[in-house]
Write a protein that binds this ligand. Sequence first.
Ligand SMILES: Cc1ncc(COP(=O)(O)O)c(C=O)c1O
Length: 438
Amino acid sequence: MHESQTSTRELYDRHVIPTYGRFDLRLARGRGCEVWDEDGKRYLDFGAGIAVTSIGHAHPRVVRALQEQVATLVHTSNLYYTRPQALLAERLVRLVGSGGKVFFCNSGAEANEALFKLARKFGNEGALPPPKHTVGECVQSDAKRIGIITMMGSFHGRTLAGISATGQEKVKKGFEPMVEGFRHVPFNDIAALQEAVDVPGTVAVLIEPVQGESGVHPAHAKFLRAARELCDERDLLLMFDEVQCGLGRTGEWCGWRSIAPDVMPDAVSWAKGIAGGFPLGAIWVNERAVTLKDGTVKKLCDLLGPGTHGTTFGGTPLVCAGANEVLSVIEEEGMLENARSVGAHALAVLRGLASPLIAEVRGLGLMIGIELVADFAQRTKLPEGKAPSLWLVEKLHDAGLLTIPSGTHAVRWLPALNVKREEIDEAAAILARVLGAL
Ligand SMILES: Cc1ncc(COP(=O)(O)O)c(C=O)c1O
């Protein structure tokens, strides 16, 4: 076997396409909420791979489940039935708590892509709603029903449709023209949403119940409820992107239930924490009846029928065995409760730091955003041209704490759902020390 003597960093510089601005850390192994680099230095991991390693690194139950499945059956293709996928689909439908079906893919961007295709199918093949449901202009028009409304500040993945859906200009730059049909409205602005859904050809609304990449901004309960009402009145799909905030991160299986438990979306996307670090994405779609243009009636969750969508690796026995075990561990080891109580402790401790460099601490469960003050540069020796968030994250690395920057002024804490109070206290002490020295 070829074993290069060249350093990891140099191999990347020479051979890996530089789509990421990486930190100069070479991580080698992890356990629980800790990771170690190639030189053996320990870090508290409060990024969890950007909200991915949901039950920490190398959880013994997941290691065992994966080892057993790897020795049994890794892959067969989706031309056949396999038990782990069937059990995972059943479990996810149960966690949503409403009838429907699940489709498996490999990432958050792909899960959202499936939502976009569902919306296209619904718009192209669904009958226009009967006149009694007609409100505004949108459903009376013969405009193509392909319009998907998303929120400013949102993030929905890096595919071409994903960046078109994302409400941030920086991800679109250089890749124009965008996929047609996406429009963005200010997050939590009911009047703007109302105006947008009345545009002819609108078919769906896509919301992250807690925006992650823009620095942890939860939706308001009133906004989610208004979105549901507007979608009902106009026969639009309400879709939630729970790729980052779903499956326990906020202390609930369904992130939106931490905000508005009474709201039910028509479809949901997941990825990140679903399999604790193994690549898996999924969508859930509800089973409500849809009347098609030819007068036949289908369940919404059956609109993506045979031959309409797929992916080679989606839902292999291996990844589904891993995900089933991850979700069992979350359930059996009380990690939703832990995310709520330890998350509340983290918010209290962070707010208690009262640092003059922190403007605000926001969060739900273990999805926490620390917003730095706007005049951070004037108050510190921030190197010219450096974003405050990146600088702070690097200083925290030096002090043994991994966190995730969001934009120029926010830093996220997204530790595993089984993080301990003592680990929160240790991380807060590191943050206080680092901020104090700036
Ligand atoms: C809310 C949300 N949606 C979609 C994605 C894209 O997921 P992936 O990177 O797995 O494609 C992300 C990733 O950060 C996300 O936070």
